[in-house]
Design a protein around this ligand. Structure first.
Ligand SMILES: *Cc1c(COP(=O)(O)O)cnc(C)c1O
Length: 232
């Protein structure tokens, strides 16, 4: 596991990069939230991250999120769910998640709405958009988002506050058109859906470019914590 000193250094580097690339395009870097992605990492690592001042964490697996939230109960942490959603596991996510980034099927939204009603909250949600059109990527096609938003207005306990995407794994500069496409889509949708403000885009490989293209939330694991163990 990474040492405290290494983590402090990585955290500082990431914050400095966000700041530099925001300033480069005239953005206020305080408009950009850093979600520290801790999937597959142990509780000890999260404790270390909390110790150095990180308070916003992203997790990909429902039970892992539930277990980590339980282990860190009482600590002032904001949890983001960024993984694939299985409708039967929504019950583990909704009670703890500040935001769910990766919604793109209507059944998921329906289940989240039900779960949110049960625990008496309005769940903040982002819609995942497949801007690259890659078949391996999840998400709505850009042209489907508007209809989805219209249909979603009937749910009372979810609030869709923005869009999320994963760019193809390419040279960062080559990811730029995909980030730009998501930003333009957000700007268009905002006219009729003023809640659509957030842009969750940018990971270790490409967050500096995403910040330049308007990202409001970056999701970063490796640059902070080092390589993850490969899942089988
Ligand atoms: C794992 C993951 C990240 C973080 O990836 P890194 O390359 O380690 O920064 C971000 N977003 C999603 C959706 C992920 O699954």
């Amino acid at each position: 596991m990474i040492t405290e000193e290494e983590l402090r250094k990585n955290y500082e580097d990431v914050l400095n990069n966000i700041k530099a690339h925001a300033q480069k395009v005239g953005r206020d870097y305080s408009d950009i939230k850093l979600v520290a992605v801790t999937k597959t990492h142990p509780i000890e690592l999260l404790n270390l991250a909390v110790k150095i001042g990180i308070r916003t964490f992203g997790e990909n697996y429902a039970q892992e999120l539930r277990d980590k939230a339980k282990a860190l109960e009482g600590v002032d942490i904001e949890w983001h769910f960024i993984g694939r959603i299985q409708t039967n596991k929504v019950k583990y996510i909704v009670p703890v998640a500040k935001m769910i980034h990766s919604v793109y099927r209507f059944e998921e939204l329906e289940e989240i709405d039900k779960g949110a009603k049960k625990v008496g909250k309005i769940q903040d949600i982002l819609l995942e958009v497949n801007v690259s059109g890659e078949e391996t990527k999840a998400g709505l096609q850009p042209e489907q988002v508007k209809d989805f938003l219209v249909s979603a207005t009937r749910f009372t306990n979810v609030k869709i506050v923005g869009l999320m995407t994963m760019a193809p794994y390419v040279e960062p500069e080559n990811a730029r058109p995909y980030f730009r496409k998501l930003r333009i889509l957000r700007d268009e949708l905002k006219v009729d859906f003023p809640d659509i403000v957030e842009l969750s885009m940018g990971m270790t490989n490409d967050y500096t470019v995403a910040v330049e293209e308007g990202s409001t939330i970056v999701r970063i694991g490796t640059a902070l914590f080092g390589e993850r163990k490969k899942l089988k």
